[in-house]
Design a protein around this ligand. Structure first.
Ligand SMILES: [Zn+2]
Length: 196
């Protein structure tokens, strides 16, 4: 696993590894399910949250205790724009601004980034790097309505990155993700640990 040395951030849809691990990522933050903390505490697995400032700013404190239950908070912009094709300055403002605000809320500046909708271009990866983050991520599975959707095959593969959201069926989605990883004989891992 290496990162670019040309002033841009790395871009990954999955982590190249043969270790029996997969990555749980949860985006945005609109739906603040009161059961999330208990779920995380019971599951005791690493989880990566890509939080959007506009989705969390009414209640950033909801996410604070999730950190001691295994969640690491990473960056997902301020206002969730489609970044691809937008000027560098615009992208930088959204990306640096998100990281700055998250650092203020949670006392740790993010090192990872997920572009809204996964869309990005060269300016995105340059801005991610210039804003102090190392890598940006797409995904290999999505989750909704209590089901996991596979882009390839029908099982989670080592190094896969599973995307879910803070949505109304958060509990069903989270349990479906845990089951899919378990059924594949894998264990959830922390994304930041696999980025040098
Ligand atoms: Zn999003």
């Amino acid at each position: 696993m290496t990162l670019p040395t040309d002033g841009t951030a790395g871009w990954f849809s999955r982590i190249p590894t043969t270790q029996k691990i997969a990555f749980i990522t949860i985006d945005d933050g609109w739906e603040k399910n009161p059961l999330a903390l208990k779920l995380f505490q019971a599951a005791r697995v690493p989880i990566t949250l890509f939080l959007e400032i506009n989705a969390i700013k009414a209640d950033p404190g909801f996410f604070t205790p999730l950190q001691s239950a295994g969640a690491v908070i990473e960056n997902h912009t301020i206002s969730h724009p489609n970044l691809k094709g937008r000027p560098y300055a615009f992208q930088k403002q959204e990306i640096c601004g998100g990281a700055d605000q998250l650092a203020q809320y949670y006392g740790r500046r993010p090192v990872l980034f997920r572009p809204p909708g996964g869309t990005h271009d060269a300016n995105t990866l340059k801005a991610v790097h210039d804003c102090g983050m190392k890598a940006a991520f797409f995904w290999t599975e999505t989750t909704d309505h209590g089901k996991v959707f596979f882009q390839q095959g029908n099982t989670v593969q080592p190094g896969d990155i599973i995307l879910m959201h803070f949505r109304p069926r958060f509990v069903d989605d989270f349990l479906a993700v845990l089951k899919a990883i378990h059924d594949a004989g894998l264990t959830p891992a922390r994304l930041a640990d696999y980025i040098p």
